[in-house]
Ligand binder design. Structure first.
Ligand code: EPZ
Length: 422
């Protein structure tokens, strides 16, 4: 297993290209199952998770071509060869569960393993299943598998989500596009990834309106055609590098980043004393001298502050000039980075879903270990500002969601390298 060693203290200067969003790409990949014609995805990130989805889709009969130079993934589901997603595949990556809706909509049945919990929380899929039931599917859970059938097709339905779920909104869309009649999703998630999925599905011939608002209308069609779609820029990758520059200091242009997808983060950075400017080529982040100011924030569904940037923002606030309060409202166990940050000298008190971070003047490097993707990168960010060497173990978490992390940071002057574990 690899690890990443960082010697802190160097400010970051230069430009970092932002790739397509992992959390959009995974659902777009699943959308390929809906059409017998090819779906071409440009600006694809090349990550452990997206590769994993490629393997799963291949096992379902999808023909796949990856053109590395142009970051283009061609997915052709001329015929569906299997409708089973086994435990081993869904266990390793939760987003695999997203093949259920498209298979149900296209073929009328599917057997997909329940994902189970994960490090950041229980993460049930009850809202996904209720949405399919509302569309007329028979759902049974047997031996850890969801067996879903709608042999005469899905029917449009009005679905009011009791709380906002990104995954359930996307999954319901992925099924409703081929249902008979109209579906209305109320209290829908408004994340940019939802809009990206709707844009792609509409390019394939779907009729979706209202994506990006809390009410989405979908008029079912009988079939979808092929399309070419460019994956939206990754707002979490963008936010991560913005917080890295804020923490380490420096001046970096995040090329291809979208300011309109990151308003809550931009406000937080402004309050912390970091300059953010939207430029034609992307977002420019600057902090030259002066300590970070403390900021209180809580995570919320979009357009609120994203839970996927909470750990990275906490890393920045560890060396703020004062006390910050953070409330995590999306996942019940998403402060696992706090004790690891404490190993670098951070002062963090966690009480339930609240963390109080008392900024210290400097962090000191140490070996650390992380339990999930965003927690891992928060340790890299803290390491960039810490005195001496920080070694982040269990790098496979990082590889699930950050492509070329070390290369991108090193190109901006960070002292960072990947090492092979003994
Ligand atoms: C997506 O997860 C992202 N994953 C997560 O990113 C992200 O943190 C999350 O949205 C919130 O923005 C992908 O897109 C692959 P939810 P998702 O359904 O869809 C509860 C990362 O690091 N819930 O919006 O699973 C759930 O447990 C990952 O890239 C139910 O109770 O999130 C959570 O508390 C981590 N029942 C809340 O809702 C359900 O049926 C919101 O989850 C569904 C969700």
């Amino acid at each position: 297993m690899d690890r990443i060693a960082i010697t802190g203290g160097a400010p970051l200067k230069g430009a970092i290209p932002i790739y397509g969003a992992k959390n959009s790409a995974l659902k777009l990949q699943a959308a390929a199952l809906l059409s017998p014609d090819p779906l071409i995805l440009d600006n694809m990130p090349d990550l452990a998770d997206t590769r994993f989805m490629v393997q799963l889709l291949a096992s379902l009969g999808v023909e796949i071509t990856w053109i590395k130079e142009t970051r283009t993934l061609r997915l052709h589901a001329a015929e569906i060869g299997s409708t089973i997603a086994p435990y081993d595949q869904v266990r390793k990556m939760r987003a695999s569960f997203n093949v259920l809706g498209p298979l149900l909509a296209r073929v009328g049945h599917a057997t997909v393993s329940l994902p189970g919990g994960c490090a950041i929380g229980a993460r049930p899929v009850d809202l996904h299943l209720k949405a399919f039931e509302a569309m007329g599917a028979d759902i049974h859970i047997e031996q850890g598998y969801v067996k879903a059938a709608a042999l005469r097709g899905l029917k449009g339905a009005e679905i009011a989500f009791p709380f906002v779920s990104v995954g359930a909104t996307e999954h319901a869309m992925l099924a409703a596009v081929l249902a008979h009649g109209d579906t209305v999703l109320k209290n829908a998630a408004r994340e940019p990834e939802i809009v990206d999925l709707a844009d792609c599905l509409n390019a394939m011939g779907a009729r979706i309106e209202g994506a990006g608002t809390d009410e989405i209308g979908i008029r079912g069609v009988t079939s979808l055609k092929g399309a070419a779609h460019r994956v939206v820029a990754d707002r979490i990758e963008t936010g991560t590098y913005a917080l890295a520059v804020a923490t380490a200091g420096g001046d970096v242009l995040l090329e291809g980043a979208r300011a309109d997808h990151l308003q809550a983060l931009i406000e937080l950075l402004g309050a912390a004393g970091v300059a953010v400017e939207s430029e034609p080529r992307g977002l420019r982040i600057r902090r030259n001298g002066g300590r970070i100011q403390p900021v209180d924030f809580e995570t919320e569904p979009h357009p609120g502050f994203p839970t996927d940037l909470q750990a990275q923002a906490m890393a920045m606030l560890c060396s703020a000039d004062g006390r910050s309060r953070i409330r995590e409202t999306i996942f019940e166990n998403r402060f696992m980075h706090a004790p690891e940050l404490a190993r670098l000298g951070a002062q963090i008190a966690v009480h339930g879903n609240e963390a109080v971070v008392t900024g210290v003047e400097r962090l000191i490097g140490a070996p650390v270990m992380a339990t999930d993707l965003r927690a891992s990168v928060s340790l890299v960010i803290a390491g960039l500002a810490a005195e001496g060497q920080t070694v982040v173990n269990r790098v496979y978490h990082l590889d699930r969601g950050f492509e070329k992390l070390e290369a991108k940071l090193a190109a901006c002057g960070a002292q960072i390298e990947r090492q092979k574990e003994d």
